[in-house]
Design a protein around this ligand. Structure first.
Ligand code: DOR
Ligand code: ZN
Length: 410
């Protein structure tokens, strides 16, 4: 049994108390619990439900190991990887191969979405069933309504059919293929959102316009906003700032920021490319390491409340995607914490990040990086030093198997 003592948000109030941890789980929260005194603000570690960790045939851009290390430095305890890797994750075999790498190489807990293609749509139910004998699939997606590769571009009628057939969460990259053109205007997103809402419930990835946010928040569907759509706009143009959906106008960004309360989830859409690929116009930004630090900085400046932040970055993603024992700081949840010293403001520098991308759209932005990260009660990161080995899932299994035999440490 271990215990820490410090300041954190508990049942809607910021309190100072002790947190008793047993087998990685929060056992008790009480003022009278004595434990190691932690300086700074203890927040729940983040869940990033939208990352692209590449690996395999694109390991020059990122690997599960480098991406998850970047995630750890950014205060994340769990990531959801997207299936548009090479090879594309559209079958049990590819799914399993990726999971096996993650089991050995990932620094943080790792889940993987299953991809939808024209070819696997008809039998998607069977593929899900087979994978779920071994693994838990958070969702099908990111489903593309537009894609340069025709097999990954899903027409509305296929989407409608899959929605009818299967109860799994479907996560969508909503940009209408007929309205996209070179500019990928806001209307391409708004129209796609409208059409999809007529088909049923979805989780919408990276919503970039106020109108889409309003439409979705009036429905039973859920949506993400990324830090880049909140903090960057289309005024500055360079091939490095290419991303899909694109950065929007300053006015649109301000409106989206004001709609942040309506969002369900903050997610990074961490989409690393090499510098060379960026120069060639590849869309996407690395972001898993900078999401929480940028948002904590906004909180420090009074632009974002602590409740909104923790809901968007930990509580809601856990609830929506059914990640049991993840979420806020509650008895019964995993002791996954990120500790921030709100006075330790620094400037983001690409050279200090751990993604293979080698650049960031947030260069020189103010941020507050976590000084400590606890994963299931274990101190995994302390003042920039990693204290754990990769291979988190193995540890989960040891915990489950060793539940009764384990001895307390102190
Ligand atoms: O900008 C993007 N990059 N948008 C996407 O939807 C995909 C992503 C990637 O995988 O590079
Ligand atoms: Zn994505």
């Amino acid at each position: 049994m271990v215990a820490i003592y410090g300041r954190f948000l508990y049942q809607g109030e910021i309190i100072e108390a002790g947190i008793e941890i047993e087998d990685g789980i929060i056992k008790e929260i009480k003022k009278t619990i004595e434990g190691e005194k932690i300086d700074g603000l203890i927040l729940p570690a983040a869940i990033d439900v939208h990352v692209h960790f590449r690996d395999f045939d694109e390991s020059e851009k990122e690997t599960i190991e480098s991406g998850s290390l970047s995630a750890l430095y950014g205060g994340n305890c769990l990531v959801v990887d997207q299936p548009n890797s090479k090879p594309f994750v559209d079958s049990y075999e590819v799914y399993k191969r990726r999971m096996e790498v993650a089991e050995k190489k990932s620094y943080v807990d790792y889940r993987l979405n299953l991809g939808l293609t024209i070819a696997n749509a008809e039998k998607i139910h069977e593929t899900v069933k087979k994978i779920e004998e071994e693994y838990r699939i958070p969702a099908i997606g990111e489903i593309f309504l537009q894609h340069d590769n025709p097999s990954y571009q899903i027409p509305y009628d296929t989407l409608a059919e899959v929605r009818r057939k299967i109860s799994k969460i479907l996560t969508l990259h909503a940009e209408d293929p007929t309205l996209i053109s070179d500019e990928r205007p806001p209307q391409a997103e708004i129209e796609a959102v409208k059409r999809c809402l007529e088909l049923g419930n979805f989780h919408f990835c990276h919503i970039s316009t106020y109108d889409s946010a309003i439409l979705i928040s009036d429905s039973d569907s859920t949506f993400e906003i990324t830090p880049h759509h909140l903090l960057l706009n289309s005024d500055a143009s360079s091939e490095f700032l290419r991303v899909n959906p694109p950065l929007r106008s300053k006015v649109e960004v301000e409106m989206l920021f004001n709609a942040l309360q309506l969002a369900d989830v903050l997610a990074s859409d961490h989409a690393p490319h090499t510098l060379e690929d960026k120069k060639d116009g590849a869309p996407g930004f690395p972001g898993v390491e900078t999401m929480y630090p940028l948002m904590v900085n906004l909180m420090r400046k009074g632009l974002l409340g602590i409740r909104t932040l923790t809901n968007l970055i930990a509580v809601n993603p856990a609830r929506i995607f059914g990640f049991e024992k993840y979420g806020g700081i509650e008895v019964g949840n995993y002791a996954n914490f990120a500790v921030f010293n709100l006075k330790a403001v620094s400037k983001i520098k690409a050279e200090r990040l751990h993604t293979k991308a080698g650049w960031t759209p947030f260069e020189n932005f103010e941020a507050v990086f976590p000084e400590r990260v606890y994963l299931k009660g274990e101190l995994a990161l302390l003042n920039g030093e990693v204290l754990i080995e990769p291979g988190i899932r193995k540890k989960e299994e040891v915990e489950e198997v060793g539940e009764e035999g384990d001895k307390d440490e102190g």
